[in-house]
Design a protein around this ligand. Sequence first.
Ligand SMILES: Cc1ncc(COP(=O)(O)O)c(C=O)c1O
Length: 417
Amino acid sequence: MVRYLSTWKRSQFSLLPNPDASRSLAYGENLDYILSKESCQKALNEITSWPEYKVSPLTSLPGLAKQLNLVDVSFKDESKRFNLGSFKALGGAYAVLKFLKTFIEQKDDITVDTDDLRKGLYKNITSTLTVTTATDGNHGRSVAWGAQIFGCKATIYVPASCSPSRIEAIKEHGAKVIQTSLDYDETVRHCVKEAEKNHYQIISDTSWEDYHEVPAQIMQGYSIIAEEALKEYFTRPFRQAIPPSHIFIQAGVGGLAAAIAGYFWAHLGERRPKIVIVEPENAACLYATAAEGTLTKARGDKETGNVHTIMAGLDCGETSPIAWQILSRSADFFMTIPDAITGPTMKLIAASPFNDPVLEAGESSVAGLAALIMTATHEDTREILGLSPDSRILLINSEGIMDQSLFQKMVMENETN
Ligand SMILES: Cc1ncc(COP(=O)(O)O)c(C=O)c1O
């Protein structure tokens, strides 16, 4: 291993094997209300029919794989999804469409075609409706885009920490953006209160008691990432129809991770990859939940208790309960990483020291990669995770560079040696 990777080898992390993981347990009907093969297929049929749809690239990084003594490291690159900069484009817009269709169909007892909605055939109804959500940026942009193309209004609540460029990206789609003085979790509660007061429809990517249908639809939209990836693993000749052995996947409230883990669990059963859930150490709600065995808030910063991380999309202190229902049995490991490793990892992707393809990757995107390098450069964690020269790793580049000034700062400031 070259000197270049010593930054990751030196960094501190926590790794928790999931005591409740069960490889032999079959994906149960009790989880079908969140993700079923049928609901994922429906999302796939709908979303792949949109004119903007394209399969996102699966990009191999052979230079890095060689350095880490692994057979393959591949990045599913969501940075260009629908030109919205992140995988979130698959979820929020789909749920907005589902809401509008159901609303009109129930009202007028008709079947609504997506193209007719886009053409504005139901504008007299849709223009009176407002969708809303709380967001760290990417999900709100997807909801705003859905509202724009399907013809309703959107009011989006963002936390105090949301950057001006993320706010602008939401406004570009015609949405009203309200910045609170709160953190993400309190902004979610604020949004719920405002929605009740103003009769807005909540399109949230996190769930809570009695609110799971919309976040489940959003996860069904995300499952397209797994579907596309698996198809490619099974058709690329060098992979010889073998699925990835490990997926390192970053989590905020857990919706993305659960969609991917649930899809692989439902489709591959015991043959599914090992799933490693990665969170920032100061916003690790899934890690805390796994450690306690019950839904538990993130502990936050050791001194202040504040939940905050530079990885904006992962800046969440509370797990989505429906995501936990899937991950509690299907995730193999929970891991936390420090914010300080974000800059060097963004730089690694941007500078490509091992002559791999260059990807555009934002702060939240690189968490899975950082975790892979940290664990693969230690003999003991390689063994615990079962990483070997035969391992084929799948990572998700979950967002592009959403905040250019932060990207420049982090890449310029971080010297790796
Ligand atoms: C870029 C990015 N990656 C990962 C995540 C995590 O997704 P989830 O909150 O569903 O766990 C988010 C959430 O906003 C995100 O924006």
